[in-house]
Design a protein around this ligand. Structure first.
Ligand code: PEP
Ligand code: MN
Length: 365
């Protein structure tokens, strides 16, 4: 008899649960609809005044046995879940998301491609210092089959008294050397006002870590027809990184490549902490090519090869590393750049590992 009663009560409870599921989903549908109306009107989805009114209405109508504070706690969770549901809808719709565009984006840079399964390298000095310096590196790249030459002309330095770069003159050097050796050139632009000027010199606009959330710069880079290499901010979450890419895409330029370059943590053994798991996350969440900058993430020459191997093994489309003819006298990042023999050894070891092909034929992982 007792057992029958228990079963009966349990049946009733199951029934109520099912009704709650119906009701809670009905509520979610209404919240989504409200979200769409608000979005069309440009209104913020989160509305604390409205939430307060709903909680007051619940309090005024509560006849127990739950305490009002308990109900309010439960409803707060429901409000939060509804808000997240609306955000999820939004995330699904991001132009850079894989949900929106399942196929890999293949970025064309001159006659080269990135994101099609070939492992690539970007190499070059931290800063452009002179024509001869860049040319010496370019010769080494050419010899090793590397197609992308980097060099900083506008350097966003931590101290205003450090070398700030040669500016437009540096871009001109890069372009001249790039043309002479048939290399695609990449350089960082730090101001939205310089984007137009840079178009005549560079093949890829780099947006550096310190500018990942410089929204005017992102919008300016998004408004031109030139591939963009976007580096992850010093303390940016992956979500913030993806949204920064979305800023560029939203202005019309979909030729975006992401670059993990280490994030700031408490660890002091390396300059930054290379967030290696960001690579597969970015590959899953977005359709964009993903690079790993082993120089700025580690700040240590002895870690360039193992981290480059890790990057390629985990699915990065390419690796960026700094190379200088004489790092000891470099005007920036002198401790971490490779000299030319070290670079040749680096690339040989990388090729020997089977993770990188000097001829840039896709390696099946
Ligand atoms: C760079 O690549 O030259 C550079 C300054 O790196 P980051 O913006 O990642 O610090
Ligand atoms: Mn550097």
């Amino acid at each position: 008899m007792g057992n029958d009663q228990l079963e009966e009560l349990r049946d009733q409870l199951d029934n109520v649960n099912l009704q709650l599921v119906e009701l809670i989903n009905e509520r979610a549908r209404l919240a989504q609809e409200i979200g769409r109306v608000k979005s069309a009107q440009g209104l913020n989805r989160f509305d604390p005044v409205r939430e307060r009114k709903m909680l007051d209405l619940i309090a005024a109508n509560n006849r127990g046995p739950f305490e009002t504070s308990t109900l309010q706690h439960i409803f707060k969770q429901i409000f939060k879940a509804s808000l997240e549901l609306q955000e999820d809808d939004h995330r699904k719709a991001l132009l850079v998301s894989r949900k929106k565009h399942p196929d890999n984006t293949i970025v064309k840079v001159n006659q080269e491609t990135v994101g099609d399964g070939k492992q690539r390298l970007i190499a070059g000095p931290c800063s452009v210092e002179s024509y001869e310096q860049v040319e010496e590196v370019a010769k080494a790249l050419k010899k090793q089959g590397v197609k992308f030459l980097r060099g900083g002309a506008f350097k966003p330095r931590t101290s205003p008294y450090d070398f700030q770069g040669l500016g437009e003159e540096g871009l001109k050097i890069l372009k001249d050397v790039g043309q002479k050796y048939n290399l695609a050139v990449i350089s960082e632009i730090v101001s939205p006002h310089d984007i137009e000027m840079a178009l005549q010199y560079v093949d890829v606009i780099q947006i550096g870590a310190r500018n990942m959330q410089n929204f005017e710069l992102l919008k300016a880079a998004g408004s031109v027809d030139k591939p963009v290499l976007l580096k992850r901010g010093l303390s940016a979450t992956i979500e913030e990184f993806i949204n920064a890419a979305e800023y560029i895409h939203s202005k019309g330029n979909g030729n975006i490549m992401l670059c993990e370059r280490g994030i700031r943590t408490y660890e002091k053994a390396t300059r930054n902490t290379l967030d290696i798991s960001a690579v597969p996350i970015l590959k899953q969440e977005t359709h964009l090519p993903v690079w790993v900058d082993v120089t700025h993430s580690t700040g240590r020459r002895d870690l360039l090869l193992p981290t480059a191997k890790a990057a390629l093994a985990i699915g990065a489309d390419g690796v960026m590393a700094e190379v200088h003819p004489d790092p000891a006298v470099a005007l920036s990042d002198s401790a971490q750049q490779m000299d030319i023999p070290q670079f040749e050894e680096f690339i040989t070891n990388l090729a020997d590992s089977g993770l990188y092909n000097k001829e840039n034929v896709a390696i099946t992982k």
